[in-house]
Design a protein around this ligand. Structure first.
Ligand code: DSN
Length: 448
């Protein structure tokens, strides 16, 4: 075992980490599921807790030596319960997808019918998409959004009445409007289905009071901890009073589904970092953060629309914006993502409702304000960034994305060589670097 630091022990990896830090510092991070943790969260992650095995739960471990891990996990559980106002929390899921699979394991038998928002309408893979285990092992009946981009509640009700699902998911990975928890609870209750809310994207907004909470309406709530909640990677499974009223053993079923059902030893360093993030999320400063994230998102949406870009649902209620690029042509999401990256703006290509192209070459981009807001940016910066994005989109107008494979390969080649020469994108890049410099990120950490 070496006892030197990473720079001496493994310069190759150390250099790549430092470069990644510089990349995060010098670009506008606008993927709506990403954020920057505090130094305290980072510190908790890089601790000796990673050395420990702790299968089981506090006070009921399979291995010895868990005195301090028990203390940490108990603190995390109590903070999660208090913050979300629920009687039971499990803080061990490795991330959102395994946490969601634990919900299936606790509530369903293989082959049971489940409903969730269709992937290309903004739903998550684990809400029953065909290539996910959740779509393979369960009978998935997807619901959709209407032409205006809002969840089609009439369709949900019609499908639920006809298909009698065991469980209905509410939640998404690309949905820019307030989730209709109350309406979906009415539908789920009407057919005796469990309502499970996946609030991974909006957990921080719920805590800040700028999005309704699903807790009064859902039986189980799942959230990842690394998005608007601003913690480390990981997830929480929360059982509500409504859930316990329906099944007093639900908390136990969830715990057993996580361990031993699906996971082995919890990642104790992550648990500690989650505890720290939950502490931070309980402060007035976090409430302000959540409020500003939504104000920024609305300001950015306004700036983009004023400059002629089309947004799904014509705006946003949360931290996220979905740009419909079909006025520029179908399947242009990848070009938009690449052009913006050259301009120093990191977003992801995304399907739009009724996607006319394909999930691999989709017709939209998804962007959001959680990370920029963590850096301290506000409405004036959003106005400016909206202008950068709109100008960058002008640069992709001359290109097309054919759907036929060979023609597409040629078109992408032509795009890549053309766009890398764009002087407009180079100019914008200089401005985004300057903007990043004005809002320093992790100034305490080393420079490359
Ligand atoms: N990858 C997450 C997101 O970007 O929304 C969902 O798993």
């Amino acid at each position: 075992m070496t006892d030197s630091g990473i720079e001496q022990a493994d310069p190759e990896v150390a250099q790549a980490i430092l470069k990644e830090l510089e990349r995060q510092r010098n670009t506008l991070e606008m993927i709506p599921s990403e954020n920057f943790t505090s130094l305290a969260v980072l510190e908790a992650l890089g601790t000796v807790l990673t050395n420990k095995y702790s299968e089981g739960y506090p006070g009921k471990r399979y291995y010895g030596g868990n005195e301090f891990v028990d203390r940490i996990e108990t603190v995390a559980i109590e903070r999660a319960k208090k913050l979300f106002g629920v009687p039971h929390a499990n803080v061990q899921p490795y991330s959102g997808s395994p946490a969601n699979f634990a919900v299936y394991t606790a509530l369903c038998k293989p082959g049971d019918t489940i409903m969730g928002l269709n992937l290309t309408d903004g739903g998550h893979l684990t809400h029953g998409w065909k290539t996910s285990a959740t779509g393979m092992f369960f009978n998935s009946v997807p619901y959709h959004v209407r032409a205006d981009g809002y969840i089609d509640l009439d369709e949900v009700e019609e499908l639920a009445t006809r298909k009698r699902p065991r469980m209905i998911w509410v939640g998404a990975t690309a949905y820019t409007r307030e989730f209709p928890f109350k309406e979906l609870a009415r539908i789920a209750d009407g057919v005796d289905a469990y309502l499970v809310a996946d609030v991974s994207h909006i957990a921080g907004l719920i805590i800040a009071g700028v999005h309704a909470s699903p807790v009064p309406y859902a039986h189980i709530v799942m959230t990842t901890t690394h998005k608007t909640l601003r913690g480390p990677r990981g997830a929480l499974l929360l059982v509500t009073d409504k859930g316990l009223k329906r099944d007093p053993e639900l908390a136990d079923k969830i715990d057993k589904a996580v361990f031993p059902g699906l996971q082995g030893g919890p990642h104790d360093n992550n648990t500690a970092a989650i505890a720290v993030a939950l502490q931070e999320a309980s402060t007035p400063a976090f409430k302000q953060y959540g409020e500003q994230t939504v104000k920024n998102s609305k300001a950015l949406a306004g700036s983009l629309m004023t400059r002629g870009l089309k947004l799904v649902t014509d705006g946003t209620d949360n931290h996220m914006i979905l740009v419909d690029l079909t006025p520029l042509g179908t399947g242009m999401g990848m070009y938009a993502q690449d052009a913006l990256e050259l301009a120093g703006i990191v977003v992801n290509k995304n399907t739009i409702p009724k996607e006319p192209a394909s999930p691999f070459y989709p017709s939209g981009i998804r962007l959001g304000t959680p990370a920029l807001t963590t850096r301290g940016m506000r409405e004036p910066e959003m106005e400016m960034i909206g202008a950068f994005i709109a100008s960058s989109m002008d640069e992709i107008r001359p290109y097309t994305m054919p759907m036929e494979k060979e023609a597409r390969r040629e078109a992408i080649k032509k795009f890549r060589s053309g766009i890398s020469q764009s002087s407009k994108l180079k100019e914008i890049r200089a401005e985004t670097v300057e903007l990043c410099r004005r809002f320093p990120l992790y100034p305490e950490l080393p420079r490359a």
